[in-house]
Design a protein around this ligand. Sequence first.
Ligand code: FE2
Length: 180
Amino acid sequence: MIDLDQFVADCVAANQESEAQAAVNEVLARLVSTPGAVLAALGDPKSAGLNVLHSSPTLTIFAATWTPQMNLMPHNHLMWANIGIYTGREDNIYWKQTSDGIRAFGADALFEKDTSMMPVDVVHSVTNPLLRFTGGIHIYGGDFFGTKRSMWNPETLEEEPSDGDIIRGIFQRENERLGL
Ligand SMILES: [Fe+2]
């Protein structure tokens, strides 16, 4: 059985190390190496949601669940981010900022047990390509919900303001769209 409180405590301790992002990712990789146990601890995802496990000015940890084939537009974080998948699959498109707006330049498909370490300046968009739910643990080296950030319109790529409330609203509307 997974002890999520212990996991959070281990992440908080790892975040004190000099190579904090890598140290936290080691803790995360250990957790998602037993994806069935994580799923048992968090429960089967039944809607899009953000289950916050820890929130402080220096570290935010939540389980994010994606509805089947859910998409999230390009967005930045302005802090490092580690993602580990415990069920399903999460496809990432990476974007770079150019003088002419953002432009896609790379991709990564994350499966169960995979983790990804994203740098402070990352811009990515996310898709669950599956016909079932995807769940991942997301860890950020800062106050994810309180930080004013940007997202980019998926069709025009125009930059718009974003923050935790806006992201929560996107997840809520996804559930409304699917009648969940
Ligand atoms: Fe993100």
